[in-house]
Design a protein around this ligand. Structure first.
Ligand code: AHR
Length: 518
């Protein structure tokens, strides 16, 4: 057993939570759209072919904004293919994923789905094979009320009201050699700058995300951000970060410390953006849109249904269908903690992706939809993390890792809602030992534990599958108690925990008598 002490104080403010930090991502990739959110003929499909059971799970997950339509897919995408009468829409080869795109779902359908799922729509423009003119066309089509050629075309296609898209990504991972239209930072910066200026000229209310590096291991990482921001600083609002983590060679200790890497990644990009700010003598601050993050075992899928014979590229093949374990979900919960800890600069984030493709929600054609292990930390954090983020002062031992050296056993963050309730999110990275945590709540006044839920399992590799969809769930952690203003709680080895603290009077007034499960 190990022990930890945590100091929690409402004055340890990081910043307000931008709800867009609980975003996700739907790409035309594998079965994310087709046989994922959209499956006409499924018993749960609505009149437009969208699965109601999936919409219900998206709402339960608490997603606020969804990035669409890619990802690598967007760099070859012609948005015009996906509007107008379905029967006239072309089938296209999707070079990114070696699939055949039917265009049965396009902008109108996805905007309808977003409305049903009660999420904001965030669009990416193609800066791989296209440029300024096509980005402007898409913006006019989406955001202009009427009276111009493309806005009238949208109205004729059935959407009288504009889609009013606020957040736009200027391409996707343009630093990656795998990207269609990949180019140097200088060339991308120039194109992104011109596109941003033009888009703002059309609609000054848009918020623009310029591509950062596709991961922090890229040889150009740092230099890419600097050069791209030097060319676009005045015309964009965010720079993107992308990061995927996985356990390699059985090194679970390092995997459990993945958030250490994410912390460093965010802080490096912030430092680079602020360096450009000072060089340019700018008053403006660029924030981060962490618009792809997750656990992804990319190597597992190198040989899956990626067909090389161009005549036989499949429609919606099973691609990147990771099945997540309890350990994956604990690390995932740690990544959410990292995003929250940087809420002063991370103002948007997209869990990549939403359904079937490295996703918290899985579906079977004509069959069920279920929650992966990673569903639970996301849903709980999105529900409980309200108001302002509070930094924690944590005193604890360390775990040795081969990748990150000695890292703290415990990581965590707290949030303070307007009604005075506090949520704590903590992870125990110890491979074998329970950690007993003591938290001084003196600065919070009279509070009680209204909920304490832990994700842990004797089998750290357990997962939810089609055959056993409810094998893993959050469990009430009844070790949590408050006495004389001190909270004590035992955190199992390899675990992630959410604790909700409510003002004593408020808790009783609400008539809540027991903890709820997720
Ligand atoms: O999310 C899967 C892929 O990962 C995206 O298409 C791409 O942007 C990233 O490399």
């Amino acid at each position: 057993m190990t022990a930890a002490r945590i100091a929690l104080d409402p004055r340890f403010t990081v910043g307000p939570i931008d709800r867009r930090i609980f975003g996700s991502f739907v790409e035309h990739l594998g079965r994310c759209v087709y046989d994922g959110i959209y499956e006409p003929g499924h018993p749960e499909a609505d009149a437009e072919g969208f699965r109601r059971d999936v919409v219900a799970l998206v709402k339960e997950l608490g997603v606020t904004i969804v990035r669409y339509p890619g990802g690598n897919f967007v760099s070859g995408y012609k948005w015009e293919d996906g509007v107008g009468p379905r029967e006239a829409r072309p089938h296209r080869l999707d070079l990114a994923w070696h699939s055949l795109e039917t265009n049965d779902v396009g902008l109108h359908e996805f905007a309808d789905w977003a409305r049903k799922a009660e999420v904001e729509l965030m669009l990416a423009v193609n800066l791989g094979t296209r440029g300024v003119a096509e980005a402007l066309d898409l913006l006019e089509y989406s955001n202009v009320r009427g009276g111009s050629a493309l806005s009238e075309q949208r109205r004729m296609n059935g959407a009288d009201e504009p889609f009013a898209v606020r957040m736009w990504c200027l391409g996707n991972e343009m630093d990656g050699p795998w990207q269609l239209g990949h180019r140097s930072a200088a060339d991308y910066g120039k194109l992104a700058g011109m596109t941003a200026k033009a888009m703002r000229q059309l609609d000054p209310s848009v918020q623009l995300v310029v591509c950062g590096s596709s991961n922090s291991g890229m040889p150009t990482f740092g230099a890419w951000e600097r050069e791209v921001l030097e060319q676009t600083y005045d015309d964009v609002d965010f720079i993107s970060c992308h990061a995927y983590y996985r356990e390699t060679d059985g090194d679970r200790a390092s995997f459990l410390a993945s958030a250490v890497d994410m912390d460093g990644f965010i802080e490096t990009v912030v430092a680079t953006a602020d360096h450009v700010k000072s060089v340019l003598r700018s008053e403006k601050t660029i924030d981060i849109s962490f618009d792809e993050w997750n656990i992804w075992y990319a190597a597992r899928f190198e040989n899956d249904e990626r067909i090389t014979d161009i005549e036989t590229w499949p429609i919606a093949p099973r691609l990147l269908e990771d099945v997540y374990t309890v350990t994956d979900a604990v690390v995932f919960g740690g990544l959410l903690i990292s995003l929250l800890k940087h809420a002063d600069r991370v103002k948007a984030a997209s869990l990549a992706q939403l359904v079937n493709v490295i996703a918290p929600i899985m579906t079977e054609p004509d069959g069920a939809a279920w929650r992966q292990t990673t569903f639970f930390p996301f849903a709980l954090t999105a529900r409980l993390a309200q108001g302002t983020v509070l930094r924690l002062e944590i005193e604890c031992g360390t775990v040795a890792t081969s990748v990150y050296g000695a890292v703290p056993v415990i990581d965590g963050v707290a949030t303070l809602a307007d009604d005075g309730s506090v949520a704590l999110f903590v992870t125990n990275r110890h491979l074998t030992d329970v950690t007993d945590v003591t938290i001084d709540l003196g600065a919070l006044g009279d509070v009680v534990v209204s909920e304490c839920l832990t994700l842990a399992d004797e089998d750290q590799d357990a997962s939810n599958t089609r055959e056993d969809p409810d094998r893993v769930a959050m469990h009430v952690n009844d070790s949590a108690s408050v006495k004389d203003g001190v909270l004590t709680v035992s955190l199992p080895a390899v675990s992630w925990t959410a604790i909700s603290l409510t003002r004593a009077g408020a808790f009783h007034a609400a008539g809540r008598s027991s903890q709820r499960s997720a």
